[in-house]
Ligand binder design. Structure first.
Ligand code: PHE
Length: 362
């Protein structure tokens, strides 16, 4: 038996008096039961000593798991010679107890059960909340705005962000070289048409959709157009080079300024509260006449939230509508501006900063 496992093997502490009488030579060739328990024990304990918390599960599977080495050894008992079975079984079971105790000590040493391990299952703990996505505050504000208008009979339409200067300017009564073009700092798209003039741009407002919609459809028209706009602009707490607007347009026979006021007052009340007051002041936009800005009362002040006005007769005739017969109003508001008011956000750059600390507050 020289070089073999000694007859009395101190595998199992209290049971160390057991005579294991492991005669491996007789078992050779049967891998299921040819497991020298002493070697297994030494190897398992050495490996356990080297385990970090992250390795514990792997160790458990390797030695004590359903297909673990000791488990396989125990299953092999039946194939052992009858006179060995009792001792082998007892020794292997004792080794199992010993390894389990050693495991518990090691886990303790490593600072308690690791997440996910069997020992970590504490049914009294509250459940882990799964991370849920949510809509961006801009998207939510757009939905609130458009649903306020769709309940008043407006359709929701979207349009292109890369636009012809014709729709962004000319069709809105802002001819080329007209100084009113300076009201919008424009990002031009570097793509020239046949005669070499650059005519494409990132839309500076959603108003080009006024002309696109009227070209496509006969009155009556009642639409709101949410969408992203771009301006060539230095950014600060109240200016972004890209932002969102919601445009509105209503054209039919007999629409008056009173309709504009009534519709926008109703909108302001739905979004900002039932006893909101609104103020209209004259303002200039080339595509409306008269033009106004609308402000709401907010913490004792008037805050401008949109431009509006009666659609200019030249815009109507430009799309083939008879301005003697049809009238209408249009308006355009900044979405982030409205979200900032509602939620007390003080920096418009937050909306595109992609910072979860900001986003998860909504
Ligand atoms: N398009 C204008 C702007 O961006 C707002 C506006 C829309 C004004 C419709 C009047 C009518 O400033």
């Amino acid at each position: 038996m020289a070089g073999q496992v000694p007859a009395k093997v101190d595998i199992i502490g209290a049971s160390s008096e057991l005579n294991l009488n492991l005669d491996h030579t007789r078992l050779m060739g049967n891998p299921k039961i040819d497991v020298p328990l002493a070697e297994l024990r030494a190897e398992a304990l050495r490996a356990l000593g080297a385990c970090t918390a992250a390795d514990i599960d792997g160790w458990l599977a390797r030695y004590l798991g359903r297909k673990g080495e000791l488990t396989l050894a125990l299953r092999g008992i039946a194939e052992r010679p009858a006179d060995e079975r009792r001792d082998f079984g007892a020794a292997a079971n004792a080794l199992k107890d010993e390894l389990e105790a050693a495991l518990a000590r090691r886990v303790e040493e490593l600072g308690g059960p690791a997440k996910g391990s069997v020992e970590a299952l504490d049914v009294t703990l509250p459940g882990r909340r799964s991370l849920q996505g949510r809509l961006h505050p801009t998207t939510r504000t757009i939905r609130d705005i458009t649903s306020a208008f769709s309940s008043m009979g407006f359709q929701v339409v979207e349009g292109p962000e890369v636009e012809y200067d014709h729709y962004n300017f000319s069709a809105l009564n802002i001819p080329e070289d007209h100084p009113a073009r300076d009201m919008w700092d424009t990002l031009w798209v570097d793509r020239a048409d046949a005669d070499g003039r650059r005519r494409m741009l990132m839309r500076t407002h959603t108003s080009p959709m006024q002309a696109r919609i009227m070209e496509r459809q006969k009155p009556p028209v009642r639409v709101v157009v949410p969408g992203r706009c771009y301006r060539y602009e230095a950014t600060d707490a109240t200016h972004e080079w890209h932002f969102h607007q919601v445009e509105g347009l209503a054209v039919a026979e007999g629409i008056t300024f009173a309709d504009l006021k009534g519709t926008l007052l109703e909108f302001a009340r739905r979004i900002f509260g039932a006893d909101r007051k609104v103020r209209f002041r004259c303002d200039y936009f080339p595509f409306v006449e008269p033009g106004v800005d609308m402000a709401i009362d907010w913490k004792g002040r008037w805050l401008e939230i949109m431009g509006a006005g009666m659609v200019h007769p030249r815009v109507l005739s430009g799309v083939g509508y008879d301005p003697e017969r049809y009238t209408g109003f249009a308006f355009g508001m900044g979405v982030e501006r409205i979200a900032m008011l509602r939620h007390g956000i003080d920096d418009i750059r937050q909306f595109a900063a992609n910072d979860l600390r900001f986003l998860s507050q909504f």
